[in-house]
Write a protein that binds this ligand. Structure first.
Ligand SMILES: Nc1ncnc2c1ncn2[C@@H]1O[C@H](COP(=O)(O)OP(=O)(O)OP(=O)(O)O)[C@@H](O)[C@H]1O
Length: 473
């Protein structure tokens, strides 16, 4: 019995120039690690109980009826360098479904074998990044951040060669779409106006049906990306590889390769081992998303009736983005300290707290969470530094209706801490998936007090600190 997925494919109806039809390459011995039944229900997929069947489908060994497997074409700026052709080198879009909520979503296998865009890669993924993406993308969803999601993870029963031999795995990723800034860039770079027009029409229809013209589409994407990055900042999230091929038109977070949440607050934090110049560090993310939107603007320009004249308008739109991010950042951080309706002076209150947190190596997540239970001073090496700040803060909160409730739904108790992710991956490589399942279960309720998960709230001890996150694809 094969799994029935109610496909309703639209990308495959675009001309072949947008993708290559490619089948997944079967693997030796697929075994199921996890399947996300809640998400499957949203997608209207009726999952069998049988793990063997699930593993066969979500490894790519069996292609479900109605799928139209393809690898998507795109380009992208990687660390500032334009690569004129990338494309899914190890991912295959099976197709789309229209979910219970009426939303169209992609179902994609990642690590399912080579495609025409694999270049020198093997088309595969190893277990570590698959589990990392599964846990962090689902945690982000539970935190309320727009993101791609994880439907399944499967061991392939084959090793992949990285620096050493590592167990292979396939992730089934679900996304509002996989249209990236780089998808527009490839056709703009090729001066293929017809393809650009088709992609524009497709994107508008799929994501922004009320967009009136390319400038309006640009603005809508800018708005979503500004909100998204401010949301990341408010959670101490560092994406780590904000290349234009990892920047979606839908406004969802995509690609959890070298991402991490920071522990002690330090605005200069950079995690990714491949980010040697700190291009995508915590604070730089606000600049980098503007840079990415400038690349989108450039790619959309040829669609304007008078591109020369549109340069000025698009430039203004991009230049206005930092203020959008800033105001969203201020709103989110005000909420983190219990302020629902920010007014002049609140910004300085937040900055003052952050400065003191930095000086005291206070844990980002735990300090904000502790504001609502009265223990925040314990997070500071010099608790008097907190007390000095708290006097002004408490008097400001006098005007707020219910600051405790606001803080408790804004400041998570638990996040996927990097050292826990590394421990979880090491356990899974050794054959123990219990830490993976436990992280998923706890992170599904990040704003709840969960006495049984206290250990997952603790920052790393010095020996547990993970200084760099290896992309280690
Ligand atoms: N093992 C591999 N084999 C073939 N291509 C690869 C491999 N690893 C990465 N690539 C390709 O290199 C490019 C950049 O990789 P990156 O790590 O940003 O993407 P990814 O994690 O594979 O995919 P996505 O951006 O869809 O999450 C992508 O085009 C990707 O398909």
């Amino acid at each position: 019995m094969t799994i029935h997925i109610p496909f309703d494919n639209s990308y495959a109806a675009l001309p072949e120039g947008f993708y290559s039809r490619t089948l997944p390459t079967p693997v030796a011995a697929p075994s199921l690690i996890a399947v996300n039944r809640e998400l499957a229900a949203i997608l209207k997929i009726d999952l069998p109980k049988d793990d063997t069947e699930l593993a066969r489908t979500f490894s790519g060994n069996v292609v479900p009826e109605g799928a139209a497997p393809l690898a998507q074409l795109y380009a992208g700026h990687q660390f500032g360098q334009f690569n004129p052709q990338l494309g899914d080198g190890r991912a295959i879009l099976l197709g789309e479904t229209i979910g219970q909520d009426g939303v169209r979503r992609d179902i994609q296998l990642k690590g399912s074998g080579p495609t025409p865009y694999s270049r020198r890669g093997d088309g595969r993924a190893w277990l570590g990044p698959v589990l990392r993406e599964y846990v962090v993308s689902e945690a982000m969803h539970a935190l309320g951040v727009p993101t791609t999601r994880a439907l399944a993870a499967v061991r392939t029963g084959e090793d992949v060669i990285r620096e050493t031999m590592l167990p292979g795995a396939v992730l089934t990723r679900v996304a509002a779409s996989h249209i990236r800034v780089g998808t527009f860039q490839i056709f703009a770079a090729r001066r293929d106006g017809a393809a650009l027009e088709q992609l524009y029409d497709y994107t508008v229809q799929r994501h922004y049906p009320d967009a009136t013209d390319p400038g309006d589409l640009l603005q809508k994407v800018i708005d979503r990306q500004a909100t998204l990055v401010a949301h990341w900042l408010s959670l101490g999230f560092i994406h780590g590889v904000m290349n234009t091929d990892n920047c979606t038109l839908s406004g969802e977070t995509i690609d959890y390769g070298p991402c991490a949440f920071m522990d002690a607050y330090d605005p200069q934090t950079v995690f990714s081992s491949i980010d040697r110049f700190g291009r995508y560090g915590y604070t730089s993310q606000a600049d980098m998303i503007v840079w990415n939107m400038a690349q989108l603007a450039t790619a959309l320009l040829p669609l304007m009736p008078d591109p020369e004249a549109a340069v000025e308008q698009f430039t203004e739109q991009v230049h206005a983005m930092p203020a959008l991010i800033q105001s969203e950042y201020e709103r989110r951080f005000a909420a983190k300290i219990g302020i629902s309706d920010p007014r002049p002076g609140d910004k300085e209150l937040v900055t003052d707290l952050l400065t003191r947190m930095h000086a005291n190596s206070a844990d980002f997540t735990n300090t904000f969470r502790a504001l609502s239970d009265g223990t925040a001073r314990d997070q500071f090496t010099d608790p008097a530094a907190f007390d000095a700040w708290a006097t002004g803060w408490k008097s400001r909160l006098g005007d707020e209706p219910d600051p405790q409730a606001l803080m408790r739904r804004t400041n998570p108790a638990v996040i996927p801490r990097n050292h826990r992710m590394e421990q979880m991956i090491a356990a899974a490589v050794a054959g123990d998936d219990a830490p993976f399942h436990r992280l998923n279960a706890v992170l599904a309720h990040p704003f709840a007090d969960n006495p049984e998960a206290e250990d997952l709230r603790r920052p790393p001890t010095p020996s547990e600190v993970v200084p760099a996150t290896f992309c280690g694809t």
